[in-house]
Design a protein around this ligand. Structure first.
Ligand SMILES: C[S@@+](CC[C@H](N)C(=O)[O-])C[C@H]1O[C@@H](n2cnc3c(N)ncnc32)[C@H](O)[C@@H]1O
Length: 263
């Protein structure tokens, strides 16, 4: 079993660790991102978070607050998400970003034809097998659609572009997204092929500066994501957030700016 990564308690500890290490996995307490926000703005900073779905598939409440905190810290002008699902995280990205921030979210949508009806899945299988879990999520997304986005205002909706296609055939250049995205949330298919292609496209979109966040790192069932991110950490520094399945890559100037906050 891999050793627990070193745990950072403060923004200063994290910055010092990152200055001393070019690669590896480092863990931060969730409060580190909240401390950075407090340092940037001592006034209370509001967040908009819907009640999380009780069904499987969306980010948890703690992950939602960490993701929203990253938005408040990075202040993105453009965000891209792989994996719209029911639109829970998509709504977080839209409702907590600036009025002029463009948000893109991609999922299979109508392009996916389910192999079996949702009620043919056993709950135990969905919770224990990564491939079955993915198959269920693809089916649920196709059947239910991004219904959380129905809570967005007209102005918020106008900043959101929903793409429906297989991400393995997605080309950021076709949408003018190369080198122009500040924050990418990778939460689509969890198999090695998909996570590898989505990450390559995330890198193309952030270019030389930006933040990439993966969901399902260290998940009990999506071991491909864990193996993939651990592989990255052999060459680059990856920050994961304790008690969540979020892992973060800080690229270029945006990463350096992020590390400085609250130090
Ligand atoms: C875990 S869910 C996303 C959850 C969402 N980000 C949230 O927290 O609310 C994963 C989504 O990835 C989508 N997906 C899986 N494989 C995909 C592919 N090859 N292309 C596009 N979307 C894919 C599934 O349809 C599913 O809706």
């Amino acid at each position: 079993m891999a050793a627990e990564p070193a745990l950072m308690n403060t923004p200063a500890e994290l910055a010092a660790y990152c200055a001393a290490h070019a690669a590896g996995l480092v863990q931060i307490k969730p409060k580190v991102v909240f401390m950075k926000i407090e340092a940037a703005d001592p006034a209370p900073v509001p967040m908009t978070i819907n009640v999380p779905s009780s069904d499987i598939g969306s980010v948890t409440l703690l992950e939602a607050s960490a993701l929203v905190s990253l938005i408040k810290l990075v202040r993105p002008r453009q965000i891209f998400e792989f994996g719209t699902f029911l639109g829970y995280s998509t709504s977080l990205l839209v409702q907590n970003s600036a009025d002029d921030c463009a948000v893109w979210s991609l999922d299979l949508g109508d392009s996916h034809v389910a192999d079996r009806p949702l009620d043919a899945f056993a709950k135990a299988d969905i919770h224990s097998d990564g491939d079955i879990n993915d198959e269920y999520l693809r089916g649920a997304q196709g059947a239910r659609g991004p219904h959380y986005t129905t809570g967005l205002t007209a102005a918020e909706r106008s900043r959101l572009t929903l793409l429906q296609q297989d991400s393995r055939r997605f080309d950021p250049a076709a949408h003018g997204l190369e080198g122009s995205v500040d924050l990418v949330f990778v939460d689509g298919g969890h198999d090695t092929e998909t996570i590898t292609i989505d990450t390559a496209n995330a890198r193309r979109m952030v270019g030389d500066s930006g933040v990439i966040v993966w969901h399902d790192f260290a998940s009990g069932i999506h071991s491909d994501v864990t193996a993939f991110v651990n592989g990255l950490a052999e060459r680059e520094l990856v920050v994961c957030i304790q008690h969540t399945m979020l892992a973060i890559l800080l690229v270029g100037q945006a990463g350096r700016d992020f590390l400085k906050m609250g130090v």
